[in-house]
Write a protein that binds this ligand. Structure first.
Ligand code: TXA
Ligand code: MG
Length: 503
């Protein structure tokens, strides 16, 4: 028997090169900055292939010959850098052609498996379209989704079980660290649930940010959360549930408007503050007569909570006042050895905390802007009030404290970036969208096409990356003040304030 190899199948446009529409000329190729390094790391263990749908051929926008030239050129460029792509497989059809080879049909993978003696069950497919990650799943090929290219645009069509990553390099890290593939979750989630049941603390992914979870009904376990985070106990936690039946563990009173919000937005980035049951320990609610409840939409989170058989109290899995984590690496860097386990489920799809709304007053009041917009809420239940952050600190929602979400490096919000900062290489720049300016220091562009949701997904990771460079200052432009942009502006202000408070 010949040795069998596992493979990495890569989508082309939006995954290893910028998606610039139909490419007919090699000059249009723009490799992502992390492509070469990422692929090099895979080469010891895997054979690499590119699988690409090029509907432009069928539509007459480009000839198959041109596509093959582009592929050949790309292959040569990568080879020069030390990355060998064994083969490019191209489907030249469009969906209407109903061909046998278009993704998510696994034909091209099956062909590669035959030609190169591959073991598909230990292989991965990486791409920026839901069809990419679906390709080969019936053969046990694990699909990993990247948020580059059109990843953000198609995210709503991606199954909630699939893992997403900010960049190719993050997907490659996951493959590196979890060679055991899908078994990872089958094995680790029951273990993690057992830890929580026994009074331990587990960091786990949700769609908003990573949470640090313990059993709501175990005060000793909940106390550990506060200790690990260094968080004062006057700041209450959110109780996370995995199904509607568990709501009755926490409250007996759900106002009709709260119910309508839950029906519309759960599971999802919405936290509802309700009258608490006596059985909910005071440490969870910081002595408040109310409890904050949320049902997250991440399948990994839901499965974990379900396996615990209880409700899981979880704040964001970062040290008190620091930037919230949107990847497992963020958690490990800050709290890794302090929690009993960290579940690595890739990047968070929303990227900013849940919206917190209370029903304790006459009119529902948003206590914290978050992943669900005020507009979406008002469409369902009519006008709501919004807490004025600074005034009510520590009373209605302690999370309104002004020094939350702070990086080590000072952060300033400016309406336009002055020239003397543009030329300073020790100044890091965060741009919600491209401005066409050039800078001497490191730049993070959160969305190439001005998509607010994409900005949210990338914001915390961008702050953390710049914060790791030892810069003297980070500068950012504000976000449009609408939808999820309100939450982003709120976090920026608090991040900027946090630094001022410390000095
Ligand atoms: O997206 C999220 O909400 C994440 C993930 C892990 O689910 N969790 C999170 O938790 O952000 P944390 O602890 O960082 O923020 C909880 C927020 C705080 O602003 C807190 O003051 C507020 O919810 N909160 C909790 N219980 C409350 C209560 N009984 N009354 C008013 N506000 C409450
Ligand atoms: Mg693509």
């Amino acid at each position: 028997m010949h040795k069998k190899y596992p493979a990495i199948f890569l989508d082309r446009d939006g995954t290893i090169i910028e998606d610039v529409g139909t490419i007919s000329d090699p000059k249009q190729i723009e490799l992502y900055p992390d492509t070469v390094e990422s692929l090099k790391r895979l080469m010891d263990k895997f054979k690499l292939f590119v699988l690409t749908n090029q509907a432009g051929v069928s539509k007459g926008e480009v000839s198959l010959e041109d596509v093959e030239n582009v592929n050949k050129y790309l292959s040569d460029v990568l080879l020069k850098e030390g990355v060998k792509i064994e083969q490019f497989y191209t489907c030249p059809h469009s969906v209407e052609d109903q061909c046998h080879c278009i993704k998510p049909k696994p034909f091209m993978m099956e062909k590669a498996a035959e030609e190169y003696n591959l073991v598909l069950g230990s292989s991965f497919m990486i791409g920026d379209h839901p069809h990419d990650v679906k390709t080969g799943s019936e053969h046990g090929v694990m699909g990993l989704y990247v948020l580059t290219g059109h990843g953000q645009k198609h995210l709503k069509d991606l199954s909630s079980w699939k893992m997403v990553f900010h960049r190719l390099t993050d997907a490659v890290n996951w493959i590196d660290e979890h060679p055991d593939h899908e078994e990872y979750f089958k094995r680790e989630l029951p273990k993690a649930a057992e830890i929580i049941k026994e009074g331990g603390v587990v960091a786990f992914p949700t769609e908003t940010v990573y949470g640090l979870g313990a059993d709501v009904f175990n005060p000793e376990a909940v106390k550990k959360i506060f200790e690990i985070k260094g968080r004062p106990t006057n700041n209450p936690l959110i109780a996370h549930i995995s199904n509607m039946d568990k709501l009755s563990l926490l409250t007996d009173n759900v106002p009709p408007k709260a119910k309508r919000l839950m029906e519309n937005f759960w599971p999802g980035p919405l936290t509802v503050v309700l009258e608490k049951k006596d059985t909910v320990p005071d440490i969870v609610t910081a002595g408040n007569p109310t409890v904050a409840v949320r049902m997250p939409s991440s399948s990994i989170a839901l499965e974990l909570i379900e396996l615990t058989g209880t409700a899981v109290a979880a704040p964001s899995a970062n040290s008190f006042t620091c930037t919230s984590p949107t990847t497992a690496q963020h958690v490990i860097e800050q709290l890794g050895d302090k929690c009993d386990k960290v579940i690595d489920g890739g990047a968070c799809r929303v990227g900013v905390e849940s919206t917190v709304i209370t029903f304790s007053g006459k009119v529902p009041m948003i206590l914290r802007h978050g992943g669900l917009s005020r507009e979406d809420i008002e469409e369902i239940i009519g006008p709501v009030e919004v807490i004025e952050g600074a005034k009510d600190v520590n009373k209605e929602s302690p999370g309104q404290m002004l020094n939350h979400y702070a990086p080590k490096t000072s952060l300033e919000i400016v309406s336009s970036i002055p020239d003397f900062l543009k030329t300073d290489e020790k100044v890091g720049i965060i741009l919600p969208e491209p401005t066409g300016e050039s800078f001497n220091g490191p730049v993070e562009i959160l969305s190439r096409n001005g998509d607010l949701k994409e900005m949210a997904v990338n914001l915390y990771a961008a702050i953390r990356r710049l914060d790791s460079f030892g810069l003297k200052l980070m500068v950012t432009l504000p976000f449009p003040d609408e939808g999820i942009g309100r939450a982003l502006n709120d976090r920026l202000k608090k991040a900027a304030n946090g630094q001022q408070n410390k000095t």
